[in-house]
Design a protein around this ligand. Structure first.
Ligand SMILES: *[C@@H]1O[C@H](CO)[C@@H](O)[C@H](O)[C@H]1NC(C)=O
Ligand SMILES: *[C@@H]1O[C@H](CO)[C@@H](O)[C@H](O)[C@H]1NC(C)=O
Ligand SMILES: CC(=O)N[C@H]1CO[C@H](CO)[C@@H](O)[C@@H]1O
Length: 225
């Protein structure tokens, strides 16, 4: 002990080393548990936005297109609601750290993986809500098995489906439904189209919950038959 007292430098280095090891340990633990996944659709990465909120996204639809004329091959197309909008009180912060207009996506196939930036376009035009709807797309790798979104200290799996490539006689595409609540129109359309054997592609941006659940029910029913 006496020799320590005579060498304050060594004590300093020792204390510094202990603090460093503790910091490293805490960082590793934080990194491993930084990820929270609440439900199948709601994903949240550990990424904290500059206004102190955790990045959260609700995925409305996510399709992986092995081939696509408009998006390119091996493309992901995501429609989601995400809290990218800044807190109005901290508007000034815009000048110092502007929002990145890209999301970071990781894709894996049986043999390799890539990390790439997906650009997005805003569907919600105003800044009145903290959660806005965006459409994001990126070209990934062939035969993708897993897609995830990366934040600063977390990864969240993005569940996805592949579109149907079956040739059909009649295909009906409905223009994107935004703040949709007219379920009566949907019911009428779905039954009439089905009666005539049409395949229905519905693009949904947002709707009241009960209507969304009703559409999900119809989707399950149609997929099962
Ligand atoms: C995985 O992606 C890589 C990179 O594009 C590609 O070369 C490889 O063939 C893919 N693996 C499979 C099993 O498709
Ligand atoms: C890949 O996705 C499947 C289900 O889609 C999941 O069970 C599996 O854990 C995922 N693998 C990785 C490495 O994330
Ligand atoms: C193993 C496997 O699924 N291979 C497929 C990868 O994707 C190409 C087309 O992009 C298919 O032709 C392969 O069969």
């Amino acid at each position: 002990m006496r020799s320590f007292y005579r060498r304050p430098k060594i004590v300093f280095v020792f204390v510094f080393l202990v603090l460093f090891v503790v910091w490293l340990f805490v960082t590793i633990i934080e990194f491993s548990f930084g990820l929270t996944v609440t439900t199948d659709d709601l994903i949240a990465t550990g990424k904290t936005l500059r206004n102190g909120r955790q990045l959260k996204a609700f995925i409305t639809s996510s399709y992986y297109y092995p081939t696509s004329e408009s998006l390119g091959d091996n493309a992901i197309a995501l429609v989601m609601s995400i809290n990218l909008v800044s807190n109005p009180v901290l508007k000034l912060a815009h000048f110092f750290s502007p929002d990145s207009s890209e999301l970071v996506i990781m894709a894996k196939n049986a043999t390799s993986s890539v990390i790439m930036k997906a650009s997005y376009v805003r569907v919600t035009p105003h800044e009145a809500c903290q959660i806005i709807t965006v459409f994001a797309t990126a070209q990934l790798i062939p035969n993708v098995t897993n897609i995830s979104m990366l934040g600063d200290n977390g990864v969240a799996e993005i569940p996805f489906t592949s579109p149907s490539y079956t040739k059909r006689d009649v295909v009906v595409c409905t223009s994107p439904l935004y703040v949709s609540e007219q379920w009566q129109n949907f019911l009428l359309a779905v039954h009439i189209y089905r009666k005539f054997g049409a395949h229905m592609n519905l693009y949904l941006i947002s709707s009241v919950t009960s209507f969304y659940e009703l559409m999900k029910e119809y989707e399950r029913e149609v997929l099962d038959t």
